[in-house]
Design a protein around this ligand. Structure first.
Ligand SMILES: NC(=O)c1ccc[n+]([C@@H]2O[C@H](COP(=O)([O-])OP(=O)(O)OC[C@H]3O[C@@H](n4cnc5c(N)ncnc54)[C@H](OP(=O)(O)O)[C@@H]3O)[C@@H](O)[C@H]2O)c1
Length: 353
């Protein structure tokens, strides 16, 4: 369990404090760069905007709540810009582009953070991934919810990059950072089908975009966080213990972890990186085999929370088995013997096809 000083503790106060340069890195080339952050007022967006401003970037904060974007932009000081826009609405995204270019100039960087998991039937406002542990069986996803989550995460990203990337291509430079989620890869009861599908779509969209704009000197990468502790997303109790066990590094993420990844991908330090999805996930998505401590015996049949155990076939020691120290001599399967021996049969040849 982390102590209260740990960055991954479930103390929302510690999670939202201003990140230090030692936590997020220092990128002098970001000074004077124009960076648009959609979802800039959120639990991840606001710390990112503050970190960008402290690196000298000219930040445009975009969100749907006028008061929130104004307050944050005022806190960042000049030059910073508050833009009120719903990124699911094409006309509002076009207006966002016009407002940005008129006030700060064309963007050098665009960060698409606007989005969220689900599903508050009461307000219709998306929450953060682990606030509402519902499954489709407990509370079926309605088409409206499906559309809303797809729109806020995938359509919003699509419309934003569609509006902003031409400005980058014209100048032959620029970087896009989209934001997916570990939910795109790891099904969980705390996530939902539309959120998982939307974030998987964000990853695919980013890769396609990267392919299309690379010849023009524009880069596009995706940051994919697992559970990040924010003021509105602070798991506790049994849920926290369960989540900690799912993250091999033994803590949950902080906004500074996401900020560090985004700053790196926006900066010249990543100038030869495009089309990647950078997991900010404490090892949760890395399929890390867990070895026993020295002197600690581990039952071979004990399931690992970090790995899907697959049964070995035909006498092969599985990779997982070998990692557990299974040194059983390699034994060829009967099919293998047939294919490579003289007793090759029609059935075995069919296997080759
Ligand atoms: N926190 C996590 O554990 C976590 C993990 C994985 C991925 N993520 C992703 O990271 C991003 C930010 O998450 P967060 O924790 O910062 O969530 P958050 O605190 O709920 O913030 C979401 C932000 O997105 C904005 N937004 C939502 N829909 C929008 C729309 N249609 N148009 C414009 N702005 C919109 C919200 O603005 P309003 O003020 O107008 O609502 C808010 O600023 C999301 O895409 C989320 O899916 C978060």
């Amino acid at each position: 369990m982390p102590s209260s000083a740990d960055p991954g503790s479930a103390d929302p106060g510690s999670a939202t404090r201003q990140a230090t340069p030692s936590q997020v890195g220092c990128y002098p080339d970001l000074a004077g760069k124009v960076v648009l952050v959609t979802g800039g007022t959120g639990g991840l967006g606001a710390p990112l905007c503050r970190a960008l401003a402290s690196q000298g970037a000219h930040v445009a904060v975009a969100g749907r709540q006028r008061a929130a974007v104004l307050a944050l932009a005022a806190e960042l000081g000049r030059p910073a810009l508050a833009i009120t826009a719903d990124c699911t609405m094409p006309d509002q995204v076009q207006a966002m582009r016009d407002e940005l270019t008129a006030a700060l100039g064309p963007p050098d960087g665009v960060v698409c953070l606007a989005g969220g998991a689900i599903i508050s039937a009461a307000s219709g406002r998306p929450g953060t991934p682990h606030q509402q542990p519902v499954t489709p069986h407990q509370r079926p996803v309605t088409l409206h919810q499906w559309d809303t989550v797809l729109a806020n995460n995938l359509t919003a990203t699509f419309l934003t990059v569609t509006a902003m990337v031409p400005l980058m291509r014209e100048r032959g430079r620029g970087t896009v950072v989209t934001v997916a989620s570990a939910a795109a890869r790891i099904p969980s009861a705390a996530s939902s089908p539309p959120y998982a599908a939307a974030k998987a779509g964000v990853i695919a969209l980013t890769r396609q975009l990267a392919r299309e704009v690379a010849p023009d000197g524009v880069r596009a990468n995706c940051v994919s966080p697992s559970v990040i502790v924010t003021a509105t997303n602070a798991p506790a109790g049994e849920r926290l213990d369960q989540l900690l066990r799912q993250h091999p590094l033994g803590r949950l993420g902080t906004p500074a972890d996401v900020t560090a990844a985004v700053l790196f991908l926006l900066s010249a330090a990543s100038s030869w990186i495009t089309g990647v999805t950078l997991d900010v996930a404490g090892g949760r998505t890395a399929d890390l085999p867990i070895e026993p401590e020295p002197g600690q015996k581990r039952k071979h049949d004990e399931p690992s929370p970090y790995r899907i155990e697959r049964p070995s076939r035909g006498g092969h020691a599985s990779r997982a088995g070998r990692l557990r120290g299974n040194t059983r001599p390699y034994r060829r399967s009967r099919c293998h013997q047939r294919v490579h021996g003289e007793r090759r049969t029609a059935q075995a040849s069919a296997v080759l096809l």
